[in-house]
Structure formats: C-alpha cells, structure tokens
Design a protein around this ligand. Structure first.
Ligand SMILES: *[C@@H]1O[C@H](CO)[C@@H](O)[C@H](O)[C@H]1NC(C)=O
Ligand SMILES: *[C@@H]1O[C@H](CO)[C@@H](O)[C@H](O)[C@H]1NC(C)=O
Ligand SMILES: *[C@@H]1O[C@H](CO)[C@@H](O)[C@H](O)[C@H]1NC(C)=O
Ligand SMILES: *[C@@H]1O[C@H](CO)[C@@H](O)[C@H](O)[C@H]1NC(C)=O
Ligand SMILES: *[C@@H]1O[C@H](CO)[C@@H](O)[C@H](O)[C@H]1NC(C)=O
Length: 323
C-alpha cells in the first residue's frame, strides 16, 4: 500500500502540468515599496528619471485613494529647457527578485504617442548586464500598435524562426553583442500596444519562465478567451497551452541554456523618450518635427504617456506539482 501511494505521489505529478501559487500581489500603494531609479538612461533617451519624492511632488506617481490602481506618468505640464537632460519620468524596480515564476499584470493603460518608449521588463538583479539576462514583456515606440516581447542575453542563446506561437518572429539571436543589441523579438497581435491597447480598455499580459523556456501571453480587455484564473487573479495558475492557449511569444530553451543565461530577476517599469529605439524609428513613424523637439516642447502631447496598473501578481512553482 505504501509503495502504491509512493508510486502515485511520484508518478502523477510528472504527468500533471506545473501549477504556480501566488507569492506576491502588488496593488495601488504597494508600488511605493519599489525603488525609484535616478541614473541616466542607458538607452540614451531624452528623459530625467526622478526620485520617489519628486515623483510624488509632481504627481508623476500616484496610488489612487481607492488603492485599486497605480499610476506612473511623465511630466505633461512643463517644457524641457535645452540644458536639462529630458522630460521628467519614472523608472521603478521591485526590491524582490524571482527565479522560475509566472508574472500576471492587469493593465488599464500604457504610455502611448510620438516620442514615447515604455517598457515592462525583468532583469538580473545581480548583473552586470547582460549577465543573467533581460526579459522584455511589454515594449514599443511611437505609434506602434503591436507589442514586442524579447530576450537580451549573453552569447549562445538563439531561437528558431518558426515556433509554436501566435506572434511573428522579428529576430532570432538573443545575444546583446549581435545586431546592435536588437535581442530576439516576437511581435504580438494588433491591439497589444499603445493607442489601440488603451482604446480597448487595456488587458492582461503574462510571462512564464521555467527551465522549459520563457513564454508570454496577451489578452485584450474584450477577449472572451482570457482564462478566469488570469482575469480574476486567482491564487493558483496553470499556464499550460491547453489552459491558456498558444502563447503570443515562445522562447524555448533548446538552443539557449536556461541555467547559464537566466538568474533571479527584479521587475522594472519605465518610460523613456527618443533614444536608441524611439529616436531612430521616429522619422519613419509619421510623427511631427524631430523626436527631441517634440518631447522637449509639447508637454500636453504627453497626457496619454502614463502607465495605469490595476494589479501585478507574482506566482512561484507549486512544489506539489513539480515536474
Ligand atoms: C494627481 O493625479 C491623480 C490621478 O490622475 C488625479 O486624480 C489628481 O487630481 C492629481 N493631483 C493633482 C494635485 O494634480
Ligand atoms: C534563485 O536561485 C538561486 C540559485 O538556485 C538561489 O541562490 C536564489 O536564492 C534564488 N532566489 C530566489 C529569490 O528564490
Ligand atoms: C547562435 O547564433 C550565433 C550567431 O548566429 C552563433 O554564432 C552561435 O554559434 C549560435 N549558438 C548556438 C548554441 O546555436
Ligand atoms: C476587441 O475590440 C477591438 C476594437 O473594437 C476589436 O478590433 C477586436 O477584434 C476585439 N477583440 C475581441 C477578441 O473581441
Ligand atoms: C502618429 O501620430 C501622429 C501624431 O498624432 C499622426 O500625425 C500620425 O499620422 C500617426 N502615424 C501613424 C502611422 O499612425
């Protein structure tokens, strides 16, 4: 009998999918426990990342009184004089770091518009970058309407052109020293970014990381296929394909060793302007003037340059279903 029980305990989990249990929930004012980054922008944006006190003084970071949402925005009131580094904005990172995990975000609004370059990403807490890697879950520039999910790693991390994913492969070499740090990116479906995402009332993004790979999903607010465990932020999630559907972006580990490329990551939200990507893509985006002039001299054009997070939940592997 004991042998049978042992047999069942050992064999059933191997057949079952991995489930993940809630570890941390960040809602409203919880984000004030995060760290405000005040260094210069490594991506050369026309931005000035302010500290927490300044962000609160200028109302650039707001935990709404109901505690149900957290808002982070750029200064949309003042011109930026030529001597100043750039438009005041916010970049925050979690104090906690996570290894294998599932991140689920319910997002009402992301920064949109000409000159903007927002990102929601995770990065090695130990570094130095790119050691331990970077995972970009939400990223885009200017008038884009499709989200780009990507990895930026040390050498010898590659993806195949064709994978089981809904999105379109943009590039397959994740190594930051290749292709001017383009990373290996996958473009999501329409409505996943910017104006169109916001017009739809936002939606949910999720990222799973395990030794099997890194997978990302997106559901628009009006997508009836969103799993209830995602939309309701339940305490346990089962992020397998039969339950969540084919991911929008898949980064399997067959040509990218997981253990040597990925360690524990903290979570980052930022919003920069122009710089390496938004700046170089600006002239082809249909946006007016030059990126720098637009960003410095048109504060009211940044009314929609804000993140509004309903909640962010972090899940870690449930040992009872370990694979
Ligand atoms: C700060 O921003 C919040 C959210 O947009 C808004 O409700 C509030 O009125 C603003 N406060 C000030 C002093 O502007
Ligand atoms: C992540 O994994 C490493 C290596 O096993 C371990 O040293 C570290 O404590 C883990 N971190 C967290 C937050 O679990
Ligand atoms: C990954 O791609 C790079 C650049 O194309 C190549 O040099 C490297 O050998 C590849 N590594 C693996 C493990 O396939
Ligand atoms: C959601 O609404 C948008 C805009 O009206 C529409 O284009 C899209 O097809 C809808 N998506 C779903 C899944 O219904
Ligand atoms: C981008 O936005 C600008 C300013 O709102 C607009 O004039 C332009 O037509 C937009 N371009 C595209 C491709 O949507």
């Amino acid at each position: 009998m004991l042998a049978l029980i042992l047999f069942l305990c050992l064999s059933v989990p191997a057949l079952a999918s991995q489930s993940y249990s809630i570890e941390d929930t960040y809602i409203g004012r919880d984000f004030f426990e995060w760290d405000w980054y005040t260094g210069s922008d490594p991506t050369h944006g026309i931005v000035e990342y302010v500290d927490k006190a300044t962000a609160m003084d200028f109302n650039l970071s707001v935990g709404k009184s109901s505690d149900t949402s957290f808002l982070m925005r750029a200064d949309n009131v003042n011109n930026v004089p030529p001597a100043d580094p750039g438009r005041k904005s916010v970049r925050i990172s979690s104090q906690r770091a996570y290894n294998d995990s599932v991140a689920v975000i319910d997002l009402w609004h992301m920064p949109q518009g000409c000159g903007t370059w927002p990102a929601w990403w995770t990065v090695s807490q130990k570094g130095p970058w790119p050691q331990g890697s970077e995972i970009d879950i939400i990223e885009g520039v200017n008038n884009n309407t499709r989200n780009l999910g990507s990895l930026h790693t040390t050498p010898n991390c590659n993806m195949t052109q064709t994978r089981k994913q809904r999105g379109q492969t943009v590039s397959t070499v994740c190594d930051t020293s290749a292709n001017y740090n383009q990373g290996c990116g996958v473009e999501f479906k329409p409505n996943s970014y910017g104006l169109d995402f916001n017009a739809n009332g936002g939606g949910w993004f999720a990222m799973l990381r395990s030794s099997r790979g890194i997978y990302m999903w997106f559901w628009a607010r009006n997508d009836s296929n969103v799993p209830p465990e995602v939309s309701q932020g339940l305490s346990t999630v089962n992020p397998d394909e039969s339950n969540w559907g084919v991911p929008d972006a898949a980064f399997p580990t067959d040509e990218c060793d997981y253990v040597s490329h990925f360690n524990e990551h903290s979570i980052v939200f930022d919003l920069t302007f122009c710089g390496d990507w938004a700046g170089s893509a600006y002239s082809g985006s249909g946006c007016p003037s030059t990126c720098e002039d637009y960003v410095r001299n048109n504060p009211s054009m940044f009314d929609e340059a804000y993140w509004e997070i309903s909640w962010l939940r972090m899940y870690t592997p449930n040992p009872d279903t370990a694979v």
